[in-house]
Design a protein around this ligand. Structure first.
Ligand SMILES: Cc1cc2nc3c(=O)[nH]c(=O)nc-3n(C[C@H](O)[C@H](O)[C@H](O)COP(=O)(O)O)c2cc1C
Length: 330
């Protein structure tokens, strides 16, 4: 059937560049034969204390499926997935059964190179606005699950959102379970980061290892008013001027919706990569329930599930990925 030798390995190799919260890479694949494979959630890579509903991990799995499908299409193959109700209770939790077939009419909306070009950028934005016609193209991408992209460009609102994000991060970091989970993914030692090939590498956080280590360990200082004000100034100075925030709203908080939302998110992110627009998600604005509700009221947008800084930056460093041999299981 296949034009490719070892098709799953080739697809997984490219799809491994997919984004996931904390770069946790929760996906594992068992190859059954040339045409069939099973996709699992790796329970050890879930984030139960930040992602309490599990929807962000399911969203990441949806992203990975979308990548497998899109990359398969670039090889003239069709990938279909039958999804199962996922759980996080076991080491490996069946997420989908995958089937590959030939597709003469495969639609390839995104060239293969875009999957590796797409990256999170935490570098400061260049002094350049995203033009209306680019925003219009981003808003018009294929979106059967009815997600909505809103763009905030009002400087006062942006300032307010930055403050809300930092205040929420300070609160969240002072919650022990949240912090312990975050610490598992902090990579401040360059050698360890290269060895583990997952998690949040200081290089990609645009922080020196010592700065990242201090951020993660001196969380209690965030509660001291003068110091927290200084940290806010320092953080805002590091990030620089923000021209736009992107907001995605729509159905998200059930399994099927989270899969569809993840698939939409990857398409949007690839389209941004095509336009050279970089994304930097601000997770605390949506995972903290009180903050999410404050944000929704202020912006007059319901069902927000992702907020990200968007704009042009220098090319950011690439984050590590697990080797294909660590993704494929027996
Ligand atoms: C659903 C989702 C939420 C994310 N939330 C955050 C976040 O809150 N802060 C952040 O800096 N990066 C966030 N990221 C970006 C990931 O950390 C990033 O994708 C991962 O480290 C891999 O890096 P890459 O995107 O450059 O390949 C998020 C990614 C996804 C898919």
């Amino acid at each position: 059937m296949n034009k490719l030798e070892n098709p799953w390995r080739i697809l997984i190799q490219s799809a491994a560049s997919s984004p996931s919260p904390h770069n946790a890479q929760p996906w594992k694949v068992r190859i059954i034969d040339e045409s069939h494979a099973e996709l699992f959630i790796d329970g050890k890579r879930a984030l139960p204390d930040e992602d309490e509903t599990g929807c962000f991990m399911i969203c990441a799995m949806g992203i990975f499926c979308e990548a497998l499908e899109g990359i398969a299409a670039t090889h003239g193959l069709r990938l279909s997935a039958k999804y199962f109700d996922p759980s996080f209770d076991n080491e490996l939790n069946l997420f989908a059964k995958l089937e590959l077939s030939e597709a003469d009419d495969a639609i390839t909306p995104f060239p293969r190179e875009l999957y590796s070009k797409r990256k999170t950028s935490r570098l400061p934005n260049l002094k350049k606005l995203v033009q209306d016609e680019v925003l219009a193209r981003l808003k018009s991408i294929e979106n059967p699950s009815g997600q909505r992209l809103s763009v905030i460009s009002d400087p006062q609102l942006i300032h307010w959102m930055m403050d809300l994000n930092l205040e929420t991060t300070f609160i969240d970091m002072n919650k022990a379970p949240y912090r312990r989970e975050f610490h598992n993914w902090v990579r401040t030692n360059p050698r360890k980061a290269a060895e583990l090939r997952d998690g949040l590498d200081a290089r990609c956080m645009n922080l020196k290892p010592i700065e990242f280590w201090m951020n993660a360990n001196f969380y209690w200082m965030y509660q001291i008013p003068v110091i927290s004000t200084l940290i806010k100034y320092w953080y805002n100075f590091r990030i620089g001027h923000i021209q736009h925030f992107g907001i995605i709203s729509g159905s998200f908080w059930d399994n099927d919706s989270a899969v569809a939302a993840g698939r939409y998110l990857l398409r949007l992110w690839l389209e941004m990569a095509r336009e050279d627009v970089y994304v930097h998600p601000f997770g605390n604005l949506v995972t903290n329930l009180e903050t999410r509700s404050t944000l929704e009221k202020k912006l007059g947008i319901e069902n927000i599930w992702l907020v990200f800084r968007m704009g042009y930056t220098q090319e950011p460093p690439g984050s590590y990925r697990l080797d294909v041999s660590e993704i494929i299981i027996d």
